[in-house]
Design a protein around this ligand. Sequence first.
Ligand SMILES: [Zn+2]
Length: 133
Amino acid sequence: MIKLTLNIFFKRFKAITILPFIIFKNKEIRNDEIINRHEAIHIRQQLEIFITAIILLTLVNLLFGIGSIWSILIFGYLTYYALYLLEWIIQVIVPGGGAYKALSFEKESKANGDNVDYLKKRKLFASFKYISK
Ligand SMILES: [Zn+2]
């Protein structure tokens, strides 16, 4: 992961993770261990979904001849963000959903940001167990 500090586009957020970057609002936040672990969990989520999507898209390519290496990489990379957006839209539509804070990816990161050993013990796709919890 590559850590950056940029104070240009944040109002509501302290940090944002876009694989392989973690962008912090300022240096104080960049040094906050809980926020660092929260964003490191997002890196893990994004990596596992990226790799899974690449595998599935490659299988589709091999079986049906659909897609190229570039489309596989681009769609693979965008899959996490598409799932994030889809879940956000569903949360907005569902009454009492709570949108951002109700997202499974955010719930997992928030619930475990203070756990130093979480990423060592985390199971694959652990965020899915936070869906509608
Ligand atoms: Zn987050």
